[in-house]
Design a protein around this ligand. Structure first.
Ligand code: ZN
Length: 315
């Protein structure tokens, strides 16, 4: 990461977003009001393709002959700002909204865009979960189903393609990764990828309450890595624009930590002892910071590795 003013601005925004991430759920969004000074930053990635950075998950945007489509839509109160940022680049309304997964900091604007006629597209588990009562993983508070207008109307199990603005947007399900609802979106011609929260600037948040697992998170990277090259621009769910080398390093870090946790579990250590052993030690400076939620994701890793070990022993 260079230390230019722009990059620092992006990092500051990203750090704020990451700090909120562990509490993110499919809640009707905006548990806290957006600070009045949150501005959308627009980053051009390829002709007609942009990353919008505001409050919540990073948004992908394509504008062109067919109109505008966005990937994720942050919190509900950001919808007018996203709309204004799109209007700077296109005189047409948002035609499609693609959700990378169900969390409220990525789907909060669905109500607003759905009401104004956008077609919402997502993996089928997004619709299933947003449309039924859920439990907040942090507080155990019940969560009401989202409004009808906020639900995806086009869903798929494994993959789908949207032919739009002379490119092919390929959607691929990444099972049981950050959640059970994640997809990667790939602009085949422009060589741009949006990975939602299966790739962030800090340690991951793994939402076990909605089917997330560390093994699946690592498998998600193994699905995406062969489809990208050194020129691919990779949008992280939170954090600055990424590339293949950074995704590879993130993947390798998670494999190292996962293997350490697995060894500790096999040696009979408790969850507390695993945390005390600091299996993330040399990675904390790079991936820790504001988002150092070791107890959250290592706790999830511990539970997953313990279950996997017990399964192997039963065989
Ligand atoms: Zn998320």
């Amino acid at each position: 990461m260079n230390r230019s003013g722009v990059a620092i601005g992006l990092m500051a925004v990203a750090a704020g977003a990451l700090a909120q991430q562990p509490a993110a759920t499919q809640t009707p969004p905006a548990p806290m009001p957006a600070p009045a000074d949150v501005q959308i930053e627009t980053v051009n990635l390829a002709p007609g393709i942009y990353m919008l950075v505001g409050r919540g998950g990073n948004v992908g945007l394509t504008v062109g002959v067919d109109g505008a489509a966005i990937i994720d839509d942050q919190f509900a109160d950001m919808a007018p700002k996203i709309r204004a940022a799109v209007a700077m680049l296109s005189d047409r309304p948002v035609k499609f909204v693609i959700n990378t997964h169900l969390h409220g900091d990525h789907t909060g604007g669905n109500d607003a865009f759905g009401q104004s006629g956008a077609v919402i597209i997502a993996q089928e588990n997004v619709r299933k979960r947003l449309g039924t009562p859920q439990v907040n993983p942090s507080t155990n508070a019940p969560i009401e189903p989202r409004a009808r207008a906020a639900l995806p109307v086009v869903t798929f199990a494994d993959s789908a393609t949207l032919h739009f603005n002379d490119d092919d947007l390929e959607f691929t399900h990444l099972p049981n990764a950050h959640t059970e609802t994640d997809i990667v979106v790939r602009f085949r011609k422009a060589n741009v990828v949006h990975m939602g929260d299966t790739f962030t600037g800090g340690f991951p948040f793994i939402d076990g309450n909605t089917g997330g697992t560390l093994d699946g998170y690592i498998r998600a990277h193994e699905t995406v890595l062969p489809t990208v090259d050194d020129d691919t621009r990779i949008i992280r769910g939170h954090g600055p624009l990424g590339n293949k080398a950074e995704l590879q390093a993130y993947h390798d870090m998670l494999v190292t930590v996962r293997d350490r946790v697995a060894r500790l579990v096999k040696a009979g250590k408790t969850q507390e002892q695993v945390l005390e052993a600091r299996p993330t030690k040399e990675f904390e400076e790079k991936y820790g910071g504001a988002n150092f939620n070791a107890a959250q994701w290592l706790g999830r890793a511990y539970i997953d590795q313990k279950a996997a070990l017990e399964k192997r022993r039963r065989k």
